[in-house]
Write a protein that binds this ligand. Structure first.
Ligand SMILES: [Fe+2]
Ligand SMILES: [Fe+2]
Length: 149
């Protein structure tokens, strides 16, 4: 069986790849290609965030009130990342590759820091405190709602 950490870390890596591809396209001034990679990134990040916010975090929070501190920090970082994605989409809408690349540098740093906290602290915690049936349920929700790629 998959662990929460393995499953969600793989989703982080998939998002990294979309972001890398969008940046490479923007660097050569191809804002159309950047846009199609960016839309995949946005779709996959949104699915990933919703999996965390609607399935994983509530389950962790229900385990003990003490877990709501870290999950609240994660939720607020999600909203900062979403706002940045909106700005990036706007930059692509006006074909402003330079602005897109500036914002994308900021996004990269924010996402790396966020993901590191999840991969090193929150996901191992989830793997430790969730019962096998709870974990299977969460993982099957993640899989069922995953966008087709
Ligand atoms: Fe997250
Ligand atoms: Fe995550």
């Amino acid at each position: 069986m998959n662990s929460i950490k393995d499953f969600l870390t793989r989703e982080h890596r998939a998002c990294d790849e979309h972001l890398g591809a969008a940046e490479t396209a923007a660097e050569r001034g191809d804002t159309e290609a950047a846009r199609s990679h960016f839309l995949l990134l946005k779709r996959d990040i949104e699915h990933h965030f919703r999996s965390e916010e609607e399935a994983l975090f509530p389950l962790l929070e229900a385990k003990a009130g003490a877990y709501s501190g870290p999950t609240n920090v994660m939720r607020s970082e999600h909203s900062q990342i979403r706002a940045l994605l909106d700005d990036m989409e706007e930059a692509l809408g006006t074909a402003n590759a330079n602005l897109f690349l500036d914002l994308s540098d900021t996004l990269m740093v924010m996402v790396q820091q966020h993901n590191m906290k999840e991969e090193q602290v929150l996901y191992p915690l989830a793997d430790q405190v969730l019962q096998t049936n709870e974990m299977e349920e969460v993982l099957s929700t993640f899989r069922e709602t995953a966008p087709m790629s």
